[in-house]
Design a protein around this ligand. Structure first.
Ligand code: UDP
Ligand code: MG
Length: 149
């Protein structure tokens, strides 16, 4: 089953949106297989956002993501990587559709609430970066047959 890495960024945590993020993913029918709150180190932030190393916003992004606690999660389900990106919305919250997390709760691109892996391979890399394998639980919700045909 496909898995994706989701993180509620420091602005989302400070604004009390952790529960809303979890609620939406649960309500959709995805399965939570990993969850922790942590203060992100500079090293982890730089590795996570490595693809953006040369971008002008990189130092500010690393400073922001390490500025307060982050809630890191792994969600599982059919098509979860792409579905999560749709639920999250466009990178710039002013361009995110209403009904998406960024569209409903954000304004500035540097305060866009939440991260979600952009592809299956990215998700595998990010899950490995943020979680030890023993921190992830493989379980089948008893509701499965009411969610999948
Ligand atoms: N970001 C920013 N300024 C920009 C572009 C991106 O602060 O001009 C931040 C923003 O928090 C974004 C993150 O860098 O979520 C990673 O950028 P990416 O293009 O990968 O967007 P995402 O995959 O998060 O939608
Ligand atoms: Mg990205």
């Amino acid at each position: 089953m496909e898995r994706t890495f989701i993180a509620v960024k420091p602005d989302g945590v400070q604004r009390g949106l952790v529960g809303e993020v979890i609620r939406r993913f649960e309500a959709k029918g995805f399965t939570l297989v990993g969850l922790k709150l942590l203060q992100v180190s500079k090293d982890l932030a730089e590795q996570h956002y490595g693809e953006h190393q040369e971008k002008p916003f990189f130092p500010g992004l690393v400073a922001f993501i390490t500025s307060g606690p982050v809630v890191a999660m792994v969600w599982e389900g059919k098509g979860v990587v792409a579905a999560a990106r749709k639920m999250i919305g466009a990178t710039n919250p002013l361009n995110s559709e209403p009904g998406t997390l960024r569209g409903d709760y954000g304004i500035d691109i540097g305060r866009n609430i939440i991260h979600g892996s952009d592809a299956v391979e990215t998700a595998q890399r990010e899950i490995g970066l943020w979680f030890q394998s023993e921190e992830l639980a493989s379980w089948e919700p008893s509701l499965s047959s009411w969610i999948y045909e």
